[in-house]
Design a protein around this ligand. Structure first.
Ligand SMILES: [Zn+2]
Length: 399
């Protein structure tokens, strides 16, 4: 079968230095040679970003109130390893609960609610063909009429609650199918096609159930950080954030599949013996993810990140000593982006360090209490210190 997935292994070609080995712990622990590799970012900037100190007021679990969405329920929605004991489950749950709390807050933030609402309620426009690249024909959707933050939250909340009954999560070895080395993958759940998703008020709108696989690296990295000696709270906050945003990135894909009747039809045909080659191309196009507004790539997870955080948030996966970066999306800095969209002519792009001060704020209930429900820029990441990256395509038109 041919699952639909998104796969992110985004290599950077870095002008200034390889992004490596930055200690996210205190200044005393930070290797000066390592720090010098980030030539474009000064010591003073690292200090201002909150990387050279710890904030005593910030525990690794944060202070945000535990009201995780039912969609993250570890007993009902997660495929747990066979033979897991109660103690092991408790440890699993303790490690992950700050991640689900954070993911819940971000999912229900103004921009995320709006974006989910657009996926659910915006009409798909005419067929778009942006370039000669394969996979580039699909539909486009845009912002639809506004119904106000409160009603948006109510409708999206109801849709996510219904989605919870069909969505499955699992930690999967990154080397095995369907991961193929990615950090996360969303596949159509062909085991569950006898029960199409019905998450809209309109019960005729039936879609495809999804199974979301996350790399076990997330779990092992967090567990290893928790068990290490020394103060590594900064690293833990970074990994928790990366996992939360990856969960929501994949959930965005699952939400679209859940309302896509053509995806359901195609998944059913594949299950019944069709191959991608024998499926009519019109159906394949209708089953595909749409473009959002004027974006050059149809990739809803990245598009959601861009809408919520003001850019695509990247991290050298599993490398706890590197910070997260945010960059314009699409920025055409990766093979992944090249093969899916229009070429870009800029030879250089910037990526900004995600401030540790900002990551700490996300873990505080006071931050969320102060968010204005109408402010779709509430979670936009402040951009100050940056690196410049070379366009691997050399800034010329790709063929
Ligand atoms: Zn994706």
């Amino acid at each position: 079968m041919a699952p639909q997935w998104c796969s992110h292994s985004i290599p950077f070609i870095n002008i200034h230095s390889p992004v490596c080995s930055l200690s996210l712990t205190s200044g005393a622990n930070m290797d000066p040679d390592t720090r010098r590799k980030f030539q474009s970012i000064t010591q003073q900037q690292w200090g201002q970003l909150g990387y050279l100190d710890q904030d005593e007021a910030t525990p690794t679990r944060g202070t945000i109130i535990d009201n995780s969405l039912p969609i993250f329920d570890q007993r009902t929605s997660w495929t747990l390893p066979a033979g897991m004991t109660d103690d092991q489950f408790q440890q699993f749950s303790n490690t992950l609960s700050p991640v689900f709390q954070l993911a819940t807050k971000i999912a229900m933030s103004p921009a995320s609610l709006e974006y989910f609402y657009y996926i659910l309620y915006s009409a798909r426009g005419e067929l778009v063909e942006l370039s000669s690249h394969h996979d580039s024909s699909t539909k486009r959707f845009a912002k639809t009429y506004s119904i106000g933050p409160e009603e948006t939250a109510r409708r999206v909340g109801a849709a996510l609650e219904r989605l919870a009954s069909s969505l499955k999560w699992a930690f999967t070895n990154p080397e095995t199918w369907p991961m193929e080395g990615s950090k996360a993958v969303t596949v159509w759940d062909t085991q569950n096609l006898s029960r199409p998703t019905m998450i809209m008020e309109d019960a005729t709108c039936r879609g495809t159930p999804s199974r979301i696989h996350l790399s076990t690296t997330f779990l092992t990295t967090l567990e290893s950080l928790h068990s290490q000696a020394g103060d590594n709270r900064n690293q833990i906050l970074n990994v928790q954030f990366q996992m939360a945003k990856t969960i929501l990135h994949e959930l965005t894909h699952a939400l679209d599949y859940a309302i896509n009747n053509n995806a359901f039809t195609m998944a059913t045909m594949l299950k019944n013996g069709h191959t991608v080659q024998t499926i009519p191309s019109t159906l394949k196009i209708e089953a595909r993810e749409p473009y959002f507004e004027g974006e050059g790539i149809a990739e809803l997870g990245c598009s959601w990140e861009n809408y919520v955080f003001g850019g695509y948030v990247d991290w050298k996966f599993g490398e706890t000593n590197t910070p997260s970066f945010v960059r314009e999306w699409p920025s055409f800095l990766s093979e992944y982006e090249f093969t899916r969209g229009a070429p870009d002519s800029s030879p250089v792009r910037r990526q900004w360090v995600v401030p540790m001060t900002w990551l700490r704020r996300l873990h505080r209930q006071e931050f969320w209490d102060a968010v204005d429900p109408g402010d779709v820029r509430a979670l936009h990441i402040p951009k100050s210190a940056y690196q410049e990256l070379l366009n691997p395509n050399g800034g010329t038109t790709s063929s």
